[in-house]
Design a protein around this ligand. Structure first.
Ligand code: FMN
Length: 230
């Protein structure tokens, strides 16, 4: 079958930050079950997508710190050296077929049930989760030092992602993750420099993106995706 030339552009390379995709096919983040703990399955599946032609192949959402864990549900994690080794296998597998490996950096705030780490997540405000009907899901309100600490969790996880071999670092700004918990007045009840007007509510998200780009932008493309927000 002859391809309609109007689709040719989909097969052309495109630059994204310091990286180049060999075509425009982008496999968005989606959960499969392997996370960081079943590295063979993670590497085999994502490698198969790259072999099939996708130029960018992503993990599922990936926790940046034990303060945001989904146990007993499975997500990828970039908490330590073990996770770097495990997710590094996926990167190798995607690279073998010419693809770029992407990871979605995630901090769930009040929606993280933290049943493994038993940590209390921080967020824009101290609220119970309206998504997870579980008494464990709630947050404490972040002060300005806490905000710096959360941004630093993303930066450190971003550096671990680069060490693992990831080419694209995507900040999850969907599913009511913490950038949305600052941006959305339903979650953000603050009256300081991070709450109130739209500009103030956007401050956390912008500071986060700038910090990540400054730390990792020479080694990886830094992006964000806002979708399926509850
Ligand atoms: C099983 C499954 C798991 C998903 N996991 C994530 C995820 O971890 N993070 C995310 O941002 N989106 C996730 N998504 C959303 C997809 O990335 C995508 O946005 C959605 O499926 C819509 O794209 P489509 O219209 O091409 O199906 C998931 C979707 C599915 C079906």
């Amino acid at each position: 079958m002859v391809r309609d030339p109007k689709y040719d552009i989909l097969f052309e390379p495109i630059r994204i930050g310091p990286k180049t995709m060999h075509n425009r096919f982008w496999q968005t983040t989606h959960c499969l079950g392997p996370g960081s703990e079943r590295p063979g399955a993670q590497a085999a599946y994502r490698g198969m997508k790259a072999e099939g032609g996708w130029a960018a192949v992503f993990t599922e959402f990936c926790s940046v710190h034990p303060e945001s864990d989904e146990y007993p549900f499975i997500s990828a994690r970039l908490w330590d050296k073990g996770d770097i080794i495990n997710l590094g296998l996926m990167c190798d597998s995607v690279h073998q077929h010419g693809g770029l490996a992407g990871v979605q950096l995630w901090y769930g705030g009040m929606h993280s049930i933290c049943m493994e780490s038993r940590e209390v997540p921080r967020s824009a405000s101290s609220l119970p989760s309206n998504l997870v009907p579980c008494r464990n899901a709630y947050s404490s309100e972040a002060d300005v030092d806490d905000i710096k600490a959360i941004i630093n969790m993303y930066v450190e996880a971003g550096k671990r992602a680069v060490q693992a071999g990831f080419d694209i670092l995507e900040v999850s700004g969907g599913d009511s993750t913490i950038p949305i918990q600052f941006l959305d007045h339903r979650y953000n009840h603050r009256t300081d420099a991070y709450g109130g007007t739209f500009e103030k509510r956007a401050r956390f998200y912008l500071e986060l993106m700038h910090a990540l780009k400054k730390a990792c932008g020479n080694d990886a493309a830094v992006t964000t995706a806002s979708k399926s927000t509850h």
